[in-house]
Design a protein around this ligand. Structure first.
Ligand code: C2G
Length: 134
């Protein structure tokens, strides 16, 4: 495949400016950005609750971000190596809340951790809207 493919992963629930910024910064590292959107089942297994938006809705939103070239469903957190190889990604981008966690993939791609956008999160937005933030 011509050009450098960048791959990144996330839930991207209640899509916000931190999400669009990390996608744009990831895309700027290569020629093509592929995004694994975590499945509803994966989220339930991890957090014991379903995302506000379904995986089809979250995929549709992410797919329509201008810097994103393709999306797929991330079924397993442990399958990163397979996804990197399958999509022929040269660079894996993760938020720095995952810093160091995927360094073992350095043999198949470059692993880059990008700083998160401060003061914005899906959890805080949900709390604000539901009145949980006071
Ligand atoms: N992000 C960010 N700034 C924020 C919030 C999120 O840069 N204020 C980034 C995260 O670092 C991540 C992406 O946006 O790169 C998606 O965030 P989440 O939806 O919270 O993703 P997460 O649930 O951590 O991903 O394999 C990873 C899994 O898919 C889980």
């Amino acid at each position: 495949m011509a050009g450098k493919t960048v791959i990144t992963f996330g839930t991207f629930d209640v899509f916000h400016v931190g999400h669009v910024r990390v996608l744009n910064r990831a895309a700027a590292l290569g020629d093509r950005l592929v995004v694994g959107v975590s499945s509803d089942a994966l989220n339930f297994a991890k957090k014991a609750r379903y995302p506000v938006f379904t995986q089809d809705e979250r995929m549709e939103i992410v797919a329509n971000v201008r810097s994103v070239d393709a999306v797929f469903v991330e079924e397993s957190l442990e399958a990163k190596r397979d996804y990197v190889v399958e999509h022929e990604a040269a660079i894996l981008v993760m938020g720095d809340d995952w810093a160091g966690k995927f360094d073992e993939l350095n043999d198949v791609c470059q692993v880059v951790y990008l700083p998160r956008t401060p003061s914005v999160s899906t959890t805080a937005i949900i709390e604000l809207i539901t009145g949980g933030g006071g």
